[in-house]
Design a protein around this ligand. Structure first.
Ligand SMILES: Nc1ncnc2c1ncn2[C@@H]1O[C@H](COP(=O)(O)OP(=O)(O)OP(=O)(O)O)[C@@H](O)[C@H]1O
Ligand SMILES: [Mg+2]
Length: 232
């Protein structure tokens, strides 16, 4: 099992001790090699869940095992190591460094991993080649189209060979053709054994996943019908 969340609760605390419950007894098990889409209305807790799975945020309560590591017992340093080596992140707005080249952006996780310069260049170029834009390696994000930026972001996400890719609305800012290219890349990565968890609003995007999970008001459901029934 790659991801095991048990009885996860997440509350945010607003002004005047106002408690905002966001995740409410979430349970999820993800096997290695799965490809999952998470769907749900705005504000339902999708990104909150993703941040917890990505070891970027702690739940208020619950248990989380990632690849048998008891994540909630780990120190910050160990968590950043897990994030660096085991997880690749892809975001709706790409999150590239605007003043740096595509090559440098893709090299960044390798710099953190203390890979030497020559090896970095080699691996970053390989990753750019895999996503089909090695000819843009010297371009800065402002010189790239949205679809190309997302492909650079995917190259960055996979350059450390992570087991898990977490994508929060990866096609949300793209036209349908670039969205399709991103889906093709995810399919290829998944075929190579990478586990993918992807948030999307788009049913046509979700269809590419092998399993769809629905979230409404911080609770998970395995089918849309079940989700609708409980939401009423
Ligand atoms: N840092 C925070 N402090 C307080 N409340 C927060 C915080 N982050 C998120 N929330 C609240 O948690 C709820 C869920 O937010 P989340 O970002 O997980 O939703 P989402 O499902 O990703 O929505 P969207 O589809 O719009 O991205 C929202 O009601 C939001 O206001
Ligand atoms: Mg969100």
């Amino acid at each position: 099992m790659l991801v095991e969340l048990k009885n996860i609760y997440k509350n945010y605390y607003g002004d005047k001790q106002l408690v905002v419950p966001v995740l409410n007894d979430v349970n999820i098990e993800v096997e290695k090699g799965e490809y999952i889409a998470i769907m749900g209305p705005s504000g339902s807790g999708k990104s909150t869940l993703m941040n917890i799975i990505g070891c970027l945020d702690h739940p208020t309560k619950g248990e989380y095992k990632l690849d048998s590591n008891d994540v909630l017992k780990l120190k910050d340093k160990e968590l950043s190591k897990i994030r660096l080596n085991s997880i690749g992140f892809v975001f709706q707005q790409f999150q590239l460094l605007p003043r740096q080249s595509a090559l440098y952006n893709v090299s960044l996780p390798l710099i953190y991993a203390k890979v030497n310069k020559k090896e970095r260049k080699k691996r970053a170029l390989e990753a750019l080649k895999k996503v089909g834009i090695e000819d843009r390696s010297d371009f800065k994000p402002t010189q790239l189209s949205g679809g190309q930026k997302q492909r650079v972001a995917i190259a960055r996400a996979m350059v450390n060979n992570p087991k898990l890719i977490l994508a929060d609305e990866p096609t949300g800012a793209l036209d349908s053709k670039s969205g399709k290219q991103v889906m093709d890349l995810f399919e290829k990565l998944n075929k190579d054994g990478v586990t993918i968890i992807m948030i999307t609003h788009d049913e046509n995007v979700a269809k590419h996943a092998k399993r769809i999970i629905y979230i409404i008001d911080g609770k998970l459901y395995n089918s849309k019908e079940e989700a609708m029934r409980h939401a009423q």
